[in-house]
Design a binder for this molecule. Structure first.
Ligand code: GLA
Length: 395
C-alpha cells in the first residue's frame, strides 16, 4: 500500500479515470438499526434500514488479465492486487476488497479480469453505521455488474459477510450486509435472521425524527468483545440443547426454558442469554407499536434495549450511557439507545421535530463539558440499498 501525499492525491485521482470514463458507478449506503442489537447472529429479529449516507465506487476494466489498482480517497491510499494471488493483507481496508474477491472466486471461478477501482465515501468510519458492509456489498455488486456474474442478492450479501468474517476478522451476523443490499426508501426491514424472511415496514416516526449522535469514540475492545459475546451465546445454546432440546438459535429459547438452566451456567452467560431472549421480544413488540403508530411505546422499548445492552450484554461505554441518560431528562426525546456493535459509535434517538436543533445544541455542549470531545450529529433519512448509477458495459 502507498499513502499518497496531498498533492499527489488529486493527481492520482484525476489521472486514474473520471466518472465519465467509468464503466460502472455504484452507490452503497450505510445502515441504521432501530432495535434488535447483537440479535442477528443469535437468529432473532432485527429492524434496520439503509440510509442516505453512501460510499461511491467506480469501476473500469483495465485490459489486464489479472492486475487491478484500487484507490481509496477516504484512506488516501492506493494498492495493486493480483487476481491470481489473493491473500489476506495486514492493511485493514485492503481486506474488504481482497475478501470479496476471494469469495467471488469461490462462487464463480475464473470470472474476473483486470479492473481499476476508485472509492469515495460520505460515510463516517467508526460511527456504527456499517461503512464496512457498504464497502463490501457495493464492491461485490459492482463486480457482479462489471463481469455479468449473475450473483443473486443473497450471494452478494453472503460473499460480503464472509469477507468480513474471514478477511477482516469480525465474526459478524448478516444484518448489516442484508440492510445495505435490501434497503428501500422510507422502509425499515423487519428481518428474521434465522430464516431470512423479511417484510418492509413504513419508516414513519412523525412527529419525531431519527437523529444519530456520534460519540466519536471507538474503544479498542469492540472487535474482541464482539467475538467473545458470540462465543458466550453459543455456549448457552449448546448447554440447553445438550439437555434434550433442539433450538436452532438462542433467540428462539423461551425465557422459562432458559431459567431452568440458570444454575448450570455462569451469571455472565445467563445475563447474555437473557438479554438476547428479551431483545428479540422487544423487536417484535416495537414493530407492532410502529405499525400502530404508537410512538411512545416504540420509544420506551428503545430505552429498555439500551439498559439490556448496558447491564446484561455489557457492550456499552460511558460516552454512550451519558447520551442516553441525558435524553431521559428531556421529554422531546422519546427513545434513545446505543446502535451497532457498541463500545463507541453512535446512539440512535427519536427527537421531536420541533426541538431537533435546540436538543442537538444542548446535548453537544453537555457532552463536550463531560468528555472534552465534540459530538457529531448525523441526520439521516431512510433510503434505497445498493444501486448501480451508471452502467456502460456492452454485455
Ligand atoms: C455489527 C455486526 C452486525 C450486528 C451488530 C450488532 O454491526 O456487523 O452483524 O451483530 O454489530 O447488532
Amino acid at each position: 500500500m502507498r499513502i499518497l501525499p496531498q498533492n499527489e492525491k488529486l493527481r492520482a485521482y484525476n489521472e486514474f479515470f473520471t466518472p465519465e470514463e467509468s464503466d460502472i458507478i455504484i452507490e452503497a449506503p450505510g445502515r441504521i438499526n432501530l432495535i434488535g442489537e447483537h440479535i442477528d447472529y443469535n437468529g432473532g429479529h432485527v429492524l434496520p434500514a439503509a440510509i442516505n449516507r453512501k460510499i461511491t465506487i467506480r469501476l473500469k476494466k483495465n485490459g489486464h488479465e489479472n492486475i487491478c489498482t484500487i484507490f481509496s480517497s477516504s484512506y488516501n491510499c492506493k494498492f495493486d492486487l493480483d487476481l491470481h494471488n489473493i491473500k489476506k493483507s495486514n492493511v485493514l481496508w485492503e481486506n474488504y476488497i481482497l475478501g470479496v474477491i476471494h469469495f467471488i472466486h469461490l462462487l464463480k471461478p475464473n470470472s474476473l479480469l483486470g479492473f481499476d477501482c476508485i472509492i469515495d465515501s460520505d460515510l463516517p468510519m467508526g460511527a456504527g453505521i456499517s461503512s464496512s458492509a457498504a464497502f463490501e456489498c457495493g464492491f461485490a455488486a459492482g463486480l457482479n455488474n462489471l463481469f455479468n456474474l449473475e450473483l443473486t442478492d443473497i450471494e452478494i450479501i453472503t460473499v460480503s459477510q464472509s469477507a468480513e468474517q474471514t478477511f477482516v476478522g469480525t465474526n459478524c451476523g448478516i444484518m448489516d450486509q442484508f440492510s445495505v443490499v435490501k434497503g428501500r426508501k422510507n422502509k425499515l426491514i423487519f428481518l428474521n435472521c434465522n430464516t431470512l424472511d423479511f417484510k418492509y415496514i413504513n419508516a414513519d416516526f412523525d412527529p419525531y425524527n431519527i437523529i444519530l449522535l456520534n460519540t466519536n469514540v471507538s474503544h479498542t475492545l469492540s472487535e474482541s468483545e464482539y467475538n467473545t459475546r458470540r462465543d458466550e451465546c453459543k455456549i448457552v445454546l449448546d448447554l440447553i440443547n445438550k439437555n434434550g432440546n433442539q433450538f436452532e438459535c438462542l433467540a428462539d429459547v423461551p425465557k422459562q426454558i432458559l431459567m431452568l438452566y440458570k444454575n448450570s451456567m455462569s451469571k455472565k452467560e445467563y445475563d447474555r442469554a437473557l438479554y438476547v431472549v428479551q431483545e428479540n421480544n422487544r423487536v417484535i413488540k416495537a414493530t407492532q407499536a410502529l405499525e400502530n403508530n404508537n410512538m411512545e411505546a416504540f420509544g420506551k422499548l428503545l430505552y429498555q434495549s439500551h439498559l439490556g445492552l448496558k447491564n446484561l450484554y455489557e457492550v456499552s461505554c460511558v460516552e454512550l450511557d451519558f447520551l442516553v441518560d441525558y435524553s431521559t431528562k428531556h421529554k422531546e426525546v422519546i427513545g434513545s439507545r446505543m446502535m451497532g456493535g457498541g463500545f463507541g459509535g453512535s446512539t440512535v434517538n427519536l427527537i421531536h421535530k420541533d426541538y431537533v436543533n435546540s436538543y442537538i445544541e444542548n446535548v453537544s455542549k453537555a457532552y463536550k463539558e463531560e468528555f472534552s470531545i465534540s459530538l457529531t450529529p448525523i441526520i439521516v433519512s431512510v433510503d434505497n440499498g445498493v444501486a448501480i448509477k451508471k452502467h456502460n458495459i456492452q454485455q
